[in-house]
Design a protein around this ligand. Structure first.
Ligand code: NAP
Length: 250
């Protein structure tokens, strides 16, 4: 299977690092000739297309990773074939804006953790070739509808907020005298541990939290401060704001 990437910027570079790490042959990857493409081809041996038409002619699966506003024009008028799958990673651009018939279009939302093959990547609709490509970048998660996909895309923003929380916690511990490298590592692994335990256990989350938050203990004390400062409500408001932006006009 030849994988083409149309739009080789920041996210595409993370995905390409993940494809290499997953063992994909660089000769099986073709890049559109803009952005970071020439440098990445020279460094890793990916193939460089002469233009976007050439890219589409040479690829079985085409990942579209241009900025959302550029996506509809970037795919229009290219020689799409019936056997092709087009995977758009462009946030907030509905399938209806991709004029790629007779190829089939899929939406996906990888994170930059693709680079280390650790991106939980949502996609819709569930097409085998798309899953085969996305599974190389971490666990792929098929969704049942485009509406579900939009709601789940909010997690792409949450991913950044969590990194910001890790940074703030690590910086705070360093101001208290903890070695910065130790603080960074510990905080990052704390978030990984919290997520992994919830992901790997079937126990209801309410029950897990009830067992965790000892009355009068340190977790409860911090939650009281966060609640008094309106953090849970602000977090929900931020999620809603992102969804509104995703569903809003271009
Ligand atoms: N960044 C993330 O973490 C992330 C995560 C999930 C999804 N996404 C989605 O990924 C997409 C790309 O984001 P990004 O951060 O990677 O943007 P970016 O760094 O600006 O990369 C976009 C690339 O597309 C190229 N491009 C634009 N129009 C093109 C065309 N017609 N043909 C070929 N190449 C073209 C640009 O080339 P020039 O430099 O020559 O203009 C640029 O290199 C966005 O739609 C975003 O919603 C991003």
């Amino acid at each position: 299977m030849i994988v083409g990437i149309l739009g080789v910027g920041h996210l595409a570079a993370s995905m390409l690092a993940g494809f290499l790490r997953s063992g994909l042959d660089p000769a099986a990857i073709v890049l559109s000739p803009r952005g970071k493409a020439a440098a990445l081809c020279a460094r890793h041996g990916f193939r460089l297309a002469t233009d976007n038409r050439d890219l589409v002619e040479r690829s079985d699966v085409v990942i579209v990773a241009v900025r959302p506003a550029h996506a509809p024009d970037a795919v229009a008028g290219l020689p799409w074939r019936k056997d092709q799958v087009v995977v758009s990673v462009c946030a907030g651009v509905p399938l209806s804006r991709f004029a790629v018939a007779p190829a089939r279009a899929v939406r996906a939302m990888p994170f930059t953790a693709s680079e280390i093959c650790a991106s939980p990547t949502i996609y819709f609709p569930d097409i085998e070739q798309a899953q085969a490509v996305l599974d190389r970048l971490g666990p792929s998660i098929a969704l049942a509808s485009e509406t579900d996909f939009e709601v789940a895309t909010v997690n792409a923003a949450v991913y950044g907020w969590v990194q910001d929380l890790i940074r703030k916690t690590a910086e705070w511990s360093s101001t208290q005298g903890l070695d910065p490298a130790t603080g960074r590592r510990l905080t990052a692994l704390t978030f990984v541990a919290a997520g992994r335990l919830i992901e790997e256990k079937d126990q209801p989350m309410d029950q897990m939290l009830e067992e965790l938050v000892t009355p009068g203990g340190i977790t409860e004390r911090g939650l009281q401060v966060l609640s008094a400062r309106g953090v849970p409500a602000a977090w929900e408001e931020a999620c809603t704001a992102v969804l509104d932006k995703l569903m809003g006009p271009d």
